[in-house]
Design a protein around this ligand. Structure first.
Ligand SMILES: [Ca+2]
Ligand SMILES: [Ca+2]
Length: 210
């Protein structure tokens, strides 16, 4: 079947969209990443060409073999978990917030958290806001992989806090969002390929015996 220009463009756009969805997932391991996140105020991790910059609102980022969190270095803090805002002024806790910023546009797919209180009282909160399309916020109270699947623009902060109790943020997964220019180039390449095929077989239909 000859590939008419409009058909080629449509095919190219579909192929380009498919190319955009085949980007490799980047899994950032936080728990057990002691070599990179050992009581430092900030850290930059690069996975699959994506760099995530992590920052602690207070104290230091702290990775241990089972967990990852913030070490606020105050009495009673769980040093490898993200702790809640103090319930009363007399509590000797400090509000902890983990901020993650990426060097490029990504889809934030999911995160894995654990060390929640067995009675379900722990409330973890994540908030994505800023230059991206709208704010996304959510709360979870049980361990496991939590699906988020939202666009996060380069420089847009993803913030993890706790409303109640403390938890460990073990890892998170993102996928790079291809730049529009890259998709356009892929589409044009396929369009040219279709046109060249058409010019290579210009008379196939006309020569078909009736
Ligand atoms: Ca853990
Ligand atoms: Ca803590």
């Amino acid at each position: 079947m000859p590939c008419f220009p409009t058909r080629c463009v449509l095919f190219s756009c579909l192929a380009g969209a498919c190319l955009g969805t085949t980007a490799r997932a980047a899994v950032f391991e936080l728990a057990g990443n002691v070599a990179a996140i050992d009581d430092v105020s900030s850290a930059a991790l690069t996975v699959a060409g994506i760099t995530a910059s992590l920052g602690a609102s207070t104290g230091t980022l702290n990775s241990t073999t089972p967990n990852f969190g913030i070490n606020a270095a105050v009495l009673g803090d769980v040093t490898d978990e993200i702790d809640a805002v103090p319930a009363t002024a007399s509590d000797d806790f400090t509000a902890e917030a983990l901020t993650i910023v990426f060097d490029q546009d990504v889809r934030f797919i999911s995160f894995a958290a654990d060390s929640f209180a067995a009675d379900g009282s722990t409330v973890a909160r994540y908030t994505f806001s800023g230059p991206g399309p709208g704010s996304v916020t959510g709360v979870v109270s049980s361990a496991g992989v939590q699906s988020v699947d939202t666009f996060l623009a380069a420089g847009q902060p993803a913030v993890f806090t706790a409303d109640v109790g403390a938890y460990s943020l073990d890892r998170f997964t993102v996928i790079a969002v291809p730049e529009p220019g890259g998709l356009l180039a892929a589409g044009l390449t396929l369009t040219l390929w279709g046109l060249r095929r058409r010019s290579a077989f210009p008379t196939r239909r006309a020569s078909t015996p009736r």
